[in-house]
Design a protein around this ligand. Structure first.
Ligand SMILES: O=C(O)CC1=CCC(=O)O1
Length: 405
């Protein structure tokens, strides 16, 4: 099963479908959300996840190929009841785009293939990467990946976006990452490019050493209707590094629309802070991880299904990205309010989670006791009684309170 992340509102009934593909080690949201925000007015957008990456926590049991990934994308499009779709994918996501153009030429209306190649790296490169991820996990790949992924100055200009991408890498399953490397080791469609008749825009990052400009030129020259565009200052993750330019290229290539120039940041209307650009998934995920811990968020993510994926995204964007990120209250105060609300509403499971979060946010055991005691006055003694039992179990588990005899 391939997991889809949906951007924007509306359906394929009112807008054409655009499918977005990820790069190795990234999640669909961290790589594509900034560009997708700019495209959502014109397309119904689905982005797919690599196995074991982002919202997809399922690691393939057998060997994986780029053709398997392409077949998963076609199933996803079938699930939304569409036949034809526009496609844009970065790196392995671009390789999957080429495979789709070969395997299902009648289904791909147009393709933008970014920072990719008809062959990426070599078998040796991918075997070495598999060995590295098995030895040190995806967290051990963060430093080297940061060096390959971003153009000069990007991390300094966009620390949150870079941080979210690297965080997603560290959160990717080791064996999911290894499976994608093995798929890339077996991918080579250089001698089949001339079979591709759909309009292809090949987009290279001028600073990309992983999939250099020549490989994108090979695609543009090799397919029957290809064009090359080179983005200055960009390395390997063009959709995250240059979302405005990428969105403009996709819009023009797929629909022939010249986008309105984006307002300069100083002219952008609205309130400063995280709400200015709308609820932010990346910022929300960072705070959610800081407050609830990686283990909790990884468990929630692992338990995500196609039924709950939209809700998980909603929680991260709105509860965490739009509210917990605000400056108006410190995290200690937010924890106190949240505990009180959980006591009042009798949400025991969420209360346990927020007692743990309150300790992370710096509340002492004594302060948590006072919050629950105080809430007894306003929420009722029975509610506080249950809350003391739930909180005590958590605090005993954390070793903060002695176990009752
Ligand atoms: O090596 C990387 O981290 C970049 C990359 C190569 C293939 C892909 O999808 O990403």
């Amino acid at each position: 099963m391939t997991i889809a992340v949906r951007f924007g509102r509306g359906s394929t009934a009112d807008k054409p479908l655009l499918v977005l593909g990820p790069s190795l080690g990234t999640s669909a949201t961290t790589l594509w959300s900034a560009a997708a925000d700019r495209l959502a007015e014109h397309f119904h957008i689905l982005a797919w996840e690599l196995p074991g990456h982002g919202l997809d926590r399922v690691v393939p049991e057998g060997p994986l190929s780029v053709a398997d990934l392409a077949a998963g994308v076609l199933e996803l499009v079938d699930e939304v009841g569409e036949r034809r779709f526009h496609y844009a994918g970065d790196s392995v996501g671009g390789a999957v785009g080429l495979q789709l153009l070969l395997d299902a030429p009648d289904r791909v209306a147009s393709a933008v293939l970014l920072c990719t190649g008809a062959r990426i790296g070599s078998e040796q490169v991918w075997n070495d990467r598999v060995a590295a991820v098995r030895a040190g996990g995806t967290a051990g790949l963060v430093e080297a990946s940061a060096g390959r992924w971003f153009g000069p100055g990007f991390v300094g200009r966009e620390p949150d976006r870079a941080g979210a991408l690297l965080h997603a890498l560290a959160g990717a399953a080791d064996e999911g990452y290894a499976a994608v490397c093995q798929a890339l080791a077996g991918f080579d469609v250089r001698d089949r490019l001339a079979e591709i008749g759909a309009a292809v825009l090949a987009v290279a990052g001028a600073e990309d050493a992983v999939t250099p400009v020549d490989g994108l030129r090979e695609i543009a020259d090799g397919v029957r209707d290809g064009r090359l565009e080179v983005l200055d200052g960009v390395a390997h993750l063009a959709p995250a590094e240059a979302p405005d330019r990428v969105a403009a290229l996709v819009l023009e290539h797929a629909l022939g629309i010249q986008p309105e120039p984006a307002p300069a940041p100083e002219e952008a209307p609205g309130v400063p802070g995280p709400t200015a650009a709308g609820p932010s998934y990346d910022a929300g995920m960072a705070v959610r991880r800081e407050v609830l811990g990686d283990a909790h968020v990884d468990r929630a993510t692992a338990a995500t299904t196609s039924f709950t994926a939209d809700f998980q995204q909603f929680v991260t964007e709105h509860a965490w990205g739009a509210v917990w990120t605000r400056d108006g209250l410190d995290r200690r105060s937010r924890s106190m309010i949240t505990i009180t609300a959980m006591v009042a509403l009798g949400h025991q499971e969420e209360l346990a989670m927020h007692v743990r979060a309150a300790r992370t946010n710096g509340l002492s055991v004594e302060e948590i006791r006072e919050v629950i005691l105080h809430s007894a006055v306003y929420c009722g003694v029975p509610a506080a009684n249950t809350a003391f039992r739930v909180a005590q179990e958590v605090l005993v588990g954390l070793g903060d309170v002695e176990s009752p005899v």
